[in-house]
Design a protein around this ligand. Structure first.
Ligand SMILES: Nc1ncnc2c1ncn2[C@@H]1O[C@H](COP(=O)(O)OP(=O)(O)OP(=O)(O)O)[C@@H](O)[C@H]1O
Ligand SMILES: [Mg+2]
Length: 233
């Protein structure tokens, strides 16, 4: 479980103070998919980077399973079990996908175990397992493999920044087969299909939480106010 208390994030932009996150208070629960949504530039990626420790909040506190982790580094948070998948995957030339799975899971996986991670994200494992994770892979393939690596890494809190950018992940019928139980999932998304499948939704507007609650309630609210945040695709 991740708790955010009075998180502010302010930067200097052209000698002017700019508040990218403005008093964020919210709890991300275990065994729950929380989707973060909001317009471009509303602060979604900034918020997930603050949770992972890539950025430090200007003020406020972050708790992981009740422990104050505000001053811990990315590495320390990764060791504690917080995992992050970037909006743009990073590719590696010269390293095969099998090797990357082994690095991610910190063990020498059998071929069948390594293939299982790829199969879970809808990739025909035997065609990819010995390929390099490089730019010859399509954008969607890169995102899927990155997702498989995130799953191989494991963790108690897994953050995905727009996994659907380029993949049709959320059209998978059995989302539960990809996501294991007892984990706190935080997924940045604009797609209504994902928002409908999330348990909770956090809506950001100009760096502030404008709505947070159970997904059906929030979707109803967004539709009621004819909010354009939910993309129907
Ligand atoms: N270092 C920076 N200097 C100036 N502005 C910044 C900086 N980092 C982020 N911003 C601004 O902060 C705002 C929030 O950015 P962020 O990447 O968190 O948005 P987002 O909600 O993830 O958007 P998107 O949906 O496009 O991914 C944007 O307006 C962005 O331009
Ligand atoms: Mg973003």
């Amino acid at each position: 479980m991740i708790e955010l208390k009075h998180i502010y994030y302010t930067i200097m932009d052209n000698e002017k103070e700019k508040t990218l996150l403005n008093d964020i208070n919210c709890t991300f629960y275990d065994n729950c998919i929380t989707a973060i949504t909001g317009q471009n530039g509303s602060g979604k990626s900034t918020l997930t980077k603050i949770i992972m420790g890539i950025l430090s909040p200007t003020s406020g506190k972050i708790y992981f399973n009740g422990k104050d982790i505000t001053d811990t580094t990315v590495d320390e948070r990764a060791k504690m079990g917080i995992t992050y998948a970037f909006q743009q995957p990073v590719t590696f030339r010269g390293i095969t996908i099998k090797e990357l799975i082994d690095i991610a899971s910190k063990e020498d996986n059998s071929l069948s175990k390594a293939c299982e991670y790829l199969s879970r994200v809808g990739i025909c494992a035997k065609d990819y397992i010995n390929r390099e994770f490089d730019k010859t892979l399509s954008g969607g393939e890169q995102k899927r493999i990155e997702l498989a690596l995130t799953l191989a890494k494991g963790g108690e809190c897994v953050i995905f920044d727009e996994p659907e950018a380029g993949i049709d992940l959320w059209s998978f019928d059995k989302l539960n087969e990809i996501f294991e139980k007892n984990i706190c999932y935080i997924v940045v998304s604009h797609q209504s299909r994902l928002l409908k499948r999330a348990d909770k939704i956090l809506v950001l507007e100009n760096g502030k939480v404008s709505n947070f609650g159970n997904s059906n309630e929030i979707i109803d609210k967004l539709q009621k106010y004819k909010c354009k945040l939910v993309r129907e695709d």
